[in-house]
Design a protein around this ligand. Structure first.
Ligand SMILES: [Zn+2]
Length: 585
């Protein structure tokens, strides 16, 4: 008997335990507070996977008891976390989306809300819903801003850096979700929805293309955007073709040279169809193709393309003008045009670089690096010790500094072909860096100007001062609004000033085709001749320097191709010879 009592006790205890558990289970099943308590306890004890079931029940019971989605928002998010931990991505995404739609979520801090949006995006990606993820991260990138997205944020704790970091973490997920060989396309949705998805994919893809570890994610996203646009807009559409410039280099980085070649060929033929076989606009694609052929060791083809490109320039700009520019090439003089139509080759390097700091020019970067150097280019017909680029830039900066009260410094001067290549590779997708060979920085005659430690803007007082006075010091604005000198949509660069010498800058201001500095430089001998003879066309008269040969081929759209004389407000002919007091548009 003595031995039996512990057994009785054990039996009794077991009975009680089972009874309690049964009661507890019933309570958990029907009592919202008990279900909630069970859920909270499991979450607090790191058993999120087991917690999900109880959380769902608590949600259901509390809703049945009349609680509103607003009141349930917090629990909804917690249950979503639990479902995410369990790998129930569809359900987690549904719950996050519901909770984030409440006012309660709207009143969260930006960071708090972004953390849940990030989770919604990840859950969606895992569930195969790429559009939701792409839309969320594209918004993050917008909020991050350019500097943070480039990884150049000054404060790593800043909200902008926080957004960029969240996007950066997802490159593996995107690479897994989308294979560039089988581009993703939304299963349903209108043309607008699809194009919106393509836009988000393209900006996100561009972001990954800049990152060392982002090539696969970039390729997947960009190839998808490309395929959506090709289908919705056509392979010839500029928005489709534009993606080539981003995706092609990504393929090249990945060693997918055949894919890059195909892409460039498609873009080349699309441009050829639109602009004609003799358009100098083809040069960009020829250059890209040449690069691929060189990498593949197909040197004969590369050479043939180069020759083709040279022929296009001769045709486009006229043999005489071409010869004149070749002449200037040899003299390395300060008036040569440089753009996507006038390329510099990789070997071109000025021989007379000096450190800007030695000429009292404030520099934005360490004064010893190449980028803080400028050419000691002198004006023709003037004492080169007084009249040279660095001296004149120092004078201009000091004048405008005292006029505006703003801090002005040199952000970027000389960049070698090689440096430009590296920079372009790193930044090509943001459109802030010019492809190698097309940049005036390679001449050492261009200066990017900082105002208060960021790029000069049109709204700066210093810009107004430059606009009014730069020509007196021999500088012109190389990339005025709506120019097409660089690839991409709009190459307006209010911070980029180019030295051409005082007399040429004056001539441009007095008699040149306003807002067409490159055309002006290309036809400079003609303008000089006219200036020497004192014959300037009156307003409305034909500008013989520009009209001798068309500088650009006609647009594909016949409505745009022909502008009756005197009716196009942008026409150089009209603006020609407008007095020096004219204001920029
Ligand atoms: Zn520049």
């Amino acid at each position: 008997m003595a031995l039996r009592s512990p057994i009785y006790l054990a039996g009794a205890f077991l009975f009680l335990a089972v009874g309690f558990a049964a009661y507890f289970n019933v309570a958990v099943r029907v009592d919202p507070a008990a279900a909630q308590a069970r859920f909270d306890w499991l979450v607090a004890h790191d058993a999120e996977k087991r917690a999900a079931r109880h959380g769902e029940r608590a949600l259901r019971l509390r809703a049945e008891a009349g609680e509103t989605p607003e009141e349930l928002a917090r629990l909804t998010l917690e249950v979503a976390d639990a479902q995410l931990a369990r790998g129930k991505f569809d359900r987690a995404a549904t719950l996050y989306r519901a909770a984030l739609a409440t006012n309660a979520a709207r009143s969260m801090t930006k960071r708090g809300r972004a953390r849940y949006e990030d989770k919604l995006a990840k859950a969606s990606l895992h569930a195969g819903d790429v559009e939701t993820a792409v839309a969320i991260y594209a918004t993050f990138l917008e909020l991050a801003g350019d500097d943070a997205a480039r990884g150049e944020s000054e404060d790593p704790k800043a909200l902008s850096a926080f957004y960029a970091e969240h996007v950066g973490e997802t490159n593996g997920l995107f690479a897994e979700a989308i294979n560039y060989a089988r581009p993703y396309e939304p299963a349903e949705g209108s043309r607008e929805t699809r194009l919106a998805a393509a836009k988000n994919m393209s900006s996100l893809g561009a972001f990954f293309a800049m990152r060392e570890d982002g090539a696969y994610a970039a390729a997947g996203l960009l190839a998808s955007a490309y395929s959506i646009r090709a289908r919705q807009l056509g392979a010839d559409h500029p928005d489709t073709v534009q993606l080539t410039l981003v995706l092609g280099p990504v393929f090249t980085t990945m060693g997918r040279l055949d894919d890059a070649e195909q892409l460039y060929l498609d873009a080349f033929h699309a441009q050829e169809d639109i602009k004609g076989a003799n358009s100098p606009d083809l040069s960009l694609y020829i250059k890209l193709l040449t690069g691929v052929y060189e990498k593949q060791g197909r040197l004969t083809e590369a050479q043939a393309l180069q020759e083709h490109m040279r022929r296009l320039f001769r045709d486009a700009f006229g043999a005489q003008r071409y010869a004149a520019n070749r002449e200037r090439d040899r003299r390395e003089d300060i008036n040569r045009p440089v753009s996507q139509y006038f390329l510099l080759d990789g070997a071109y390097a000025p021989g007379d670089l000096v450190s800007a700091a030695e000429y009292s020019i404030p520099t934005a970067k360490s004064p010893n690096i190449d980028e803080m150097k400028l050419r000691l280019a002198g004006d023709p017909h003037a004492d080169p010790r007084e009249a040279n680029m660095p001296v004149r830039l120092a004078q201009l900066i000091s004048l405008c500094r005292s006029e505006s009260g703003e801090r002005i410094s040199l952000r970027s001067g000389y960049r070698s072909y090689g440096t430009q290549e590296v920079l372009f590779d790193r930044n090509r997708t943001r459109g802030t860096v010019t492809p190698p060979g097309m940049s005036e920085h390679q001449t050492g005659l261009a200066a990017d100007i900082n105002v208060n430690d960021r790029f000069m803007r049109q709204s700066d007082k210093s810009f107004q001062c430059f606009e009014e006075n730069a020509y007196r010091f021999g500088f012109i604005l190389s990339y005025p609004p709506e120019n097409d000198y660089l690839p991409g949509e709009d190459s307006y660069e209010p911070w980029h000033w180019r030295y051409v010498g005082v007399s040429t800058a004056h001539l441009y201001r007095e008699a040149g085709p306003y807002h067409k500095p490159q055309e002006f430089l290309a036809a400079l001998p003609c303008y000089e001749e006219r200036a020497a003879s004192g014959v300037f066309p009156a307003i409305g008269e034909e500008d013989i320097c520009l009209s001798a040969k068309p500088l650009r081929t006609a647009a594909a759209n016949p409505d745009e191709a022909v502008q009756p004389d005197g009716e196009n407000p942008d026409s150089a002919r009209i603006l020609n010879n407008i007095p020096a007091t004219r204001q920029p548009r």
